[in-house]
Design a protein around this ligand. Structure first.
Ligand SMILES: [Zn+2]
Length: 116
């Protein structure tokens, strides 16, 4: 069993994250609202991807993050995590393209001309 505390995005509190190895998977709990509502949360994803950089690892145990990552190597959980990480990357790229396309449209509507 591994214990972590991660600072919330707002920095005003810490969330406790507990990881338990079960079979070839890992059960993880987090005290945040998303996890409490049965959703995935960035605190657990960041720990699983080994990048708890957005929020501070206030438990000060980066070696345990490495242990957690080792637990999921080659498991279906690792595949599910990869899918989410890849889709988030695609969503970010799509958001950037959408933003550019909206600027082009906004300019076209404001000027009556299409920029080339
Ligand atoms: Zn969380």
């Amino acid at each position: 069993m591994l214990y972590f505390t991660i600072e919330s995005s707002s920095g005003d509190k810490d969330y406790e994250v507990v990881a338990v190895r079960e079979g070839d998977g890992v059960r993880m709990s987090c005290e945040c609202d998303a996890a409490s509502n049965g959703m995935h949360c960035k605190h657990r994803i960041n720990l699983l991807t080994g990048t708890p950089k957005e929020q501070k690892l206030t438990s000060g145990n980066p070696a345990d993050v490495a242990v957690l990552r080792q637990w999921i190597v080659g498991t279906p959980l690792e595949m599910a995590l990869s899918t989410v990480v890849e889709m988030e990357r695609e969503a970010e790229a799509l958001k950037a393209r959408l933003s550019k396309a909206k600027k082009v449209l906004g300019l076209a509507l404001a000027t009556g001309q299409m920029s080339r």
